[in-house]
Design a protein around this ligand. Structure first.
Ligand code: CU
Length: 70
């Protein structure tokens, strides 16, 4: 199992949280997404390695920006 945390810029409310969660959940290999609105951190679990670029693209698709990944 893989867990990666992304700092996402621009989320302001529960709607933002559900948009990001929805888009990132659709990335292949992702098994869980947790968004912390207060810190802007998005924690992504996968059953194997997943594509960082795909996660970034999914966040952008939702209308936000990934500032760091770790
Ligand atoms: Cu919002």
């Amino acid at each position: 199992m893989t867990t990666t945390t992304y700092a996402v810029k621009g989320m302001t409310c529960g709607h933002c949280v559900s948009s990001v969660t929805e888009e990132v959940t659709e990335v292949p290999g992702v098994t869980g997404v947790k968004v912390d609105l207060a810190t802007g951190l998005v924690t992504v679990d996968g059953d194997g390695p997943f594509d960082n670029a795909a996660i970034t693209a999914a966040v952008e698709e939702a209308g936000y920006e990934v500032v760091t990944a770790s």
